[in-house]
Write a protein that binds this ligand. Structure first.
Ligand code: UTP
Length: 408
């Protein structure tokens, strides 16, 4: 595409600002920028006009969970079943590490955060320590797939290499890179991140299986005999990975998907809640719930909408393969987006200044015919690091690490 065609494409889509500094940049930068613009799919921006994420919901009802007490009663059986599957190589793990962690505001991949005080302990290292629990129990490594983005892939891979995969057998680790989407200001104008570079950001954690497929890893995994994938986030230091009890319970209950959940700390806690929507599992965000729903209780006083998700899901691979091409809803998320302003200056904002477009793994749950809500103890399994201070911060995570006897 020549520059005339590029200019026309931008005019048609009201995005001429992307060529504002064209005359100032080198030939190489020009080529890069034009290449990016050629590939841009502007239709994603229609979501701003159409109010993405505000779709009508179906009929929402509470979902029952396998409670901690019930799990404990059959723990031995579940663990045996889960370990058998893990030993047979049927369980893989997927670490979602493509996010930018803008709330925490690091200049490196979040997993490179040192959570230690008396010794160095990186978030990635702690996750490997956690997965080693099951590796030691099962006597075999669990295939570990790590999703990165174009922004952090090199740093992440180098970090694992430099640290010798924290003792994990590297032949069981595979990295893959997720797709990107443009970021815009509040008027839907796409930002430039450099004078010769369109601002692109990772397109959410919902595309992980499709990105695995693009990377040839679905075939790789099938050859290994993987039948279940445990998907989890990078920022929960207490994350239990490929938990045999969770795997075993999901197999025993004959479901195609499982979600670890915690009982809400308070009725109005800001967590996504696992529910039924038109009879199928679904996650409803806290802001979508009415006061009546929030306060609805069973006769024994327990909240009916009680189970918050913690981004630890188990998926049946055969079902994922069948659904891989189905499209997920696009969410418009307000974020801090570094960019070049109209004076040509680089701006790193302190507060959100525009939109990113994301699909989310939680929306995959509604594509499943069923989902086991598997209750876990919050203080034992959920210590996310999202913010610099306060709720879900390094400080709160350290408190929970202390409680769990983790040395740091
Ligand atoms: P978050 O929702 O916390 O997003 O991601 P984030 O981008 O990491 O952080 P903020 O919102 O900018 O502060 C939950 C999990 O999903 C992964 C993250 O790495 C984290 O493990 N994720 C998120 C991706 O892998 N890709 C994405 O595009 C977004």
């Amino acid at each position: 595409m020549d520059i005339l065609a590029i200019t026309n494409k931008l005019k048609e889509n009201n995005q001429e600002q992307l060529l504002k500094y064209y005359d100032e940049i080198s030939d190489e930068e020009k080529e890069y920028l034009c290449g990016q613009i050629e590939k841009l799919d502007f239709s994603i921006l229609d979501n701003i006009k159409n109010g993405a994420g505000s779709d009508e919901r179906g009929v929402i009802e509470p979902i029952g969970a396998l409670t901690i007490e019930e799990i404990n009663e059959d723990k031995k059986k579940y663990e045996e079943v889960g370990l058998k599957a893990i030993k047979a190589g049927e369980v893989g793990a997927v670490l979602l590490a493509g996010g930018q962690g803008t709330r925490l505001g690091l200049d490196c991949p979040k997993g490179m955060l040192n959570v230690g005080v008396n010794k160095t302990l990186y978030l990635f290292e702690q996750l490997i320590n956690n997965i080693m629990d099951v590796v030691n129990k099962a006597g075999t490594y669990v295939p570990l797939y790590i999703m990165t983005s174009e922004k952090n892939n090199e740093d992440t891979v180098n970090f694992f290499e430099e640290n010798n995969y924290f003792g994990y057998d590297k032949s069981f680790v595979k990295f893959f890179v997720q797709e990107m989407a443009p970021s815009t200001d509040y008027n839907g104008k796409i930002y430039l991140e450099e004078k010769g570079k369109v601002s692109m950001s990772p397109n959410g954690n919902g595309g992980w299986f499709l990105s695995m497929e693009h990377a040839g890893l679905v075939d790789e995994m099938s050859e290994r005999g993987v039948k279940w994938l445990n998907v989890f986030s990078v920022d929960n230091v207490l994350q239990k990975i490929a938990d045999p009890v969770f795997v075993g319970a999901s197999i025993e209950k004959n479901v195609v998907c499982g979600s670890k959940v915690v009982a809400k700390a308070a009725p109005d806690e800001k967590v996504g809640v696992l529910c039924l929507e038109d009879g199928k599992p679904s996650i409803v965000e806290y802001y979508e719930m009415t006061d009546d729903m929030i306060n609805l209780r069973h006769e024994d006083g327990k909240l009916q909408y009680n189970y918050g998700v913690i981004l630890n899901y188990l998926f049946d691979v055969a079902t994922l393969k069948r659904l891989v091409k189905s499209s997920l809803p696009i969410h418009i998320v307000e974020k801090k987006i570094p960019h070049i302003d109209e004076n040509g200056d680089y701006i790193k904002p302190d507060s959100p200044n525009g939109y990113k477009f994301e699909t989310l793994v939680l929306d995959m749950i509604h594509m499943m015919d069923n989902c086991l809500a598997f209750e876990v103890e919050r203080s034992r399994e959920f210590a996310p690091i999202k913010n610099a201070t306060g709720v879900d911060s390094l400080e709160s995570a350290r408190e929970l690490m202390r409680l769990n006897g983790i040395e740091f």
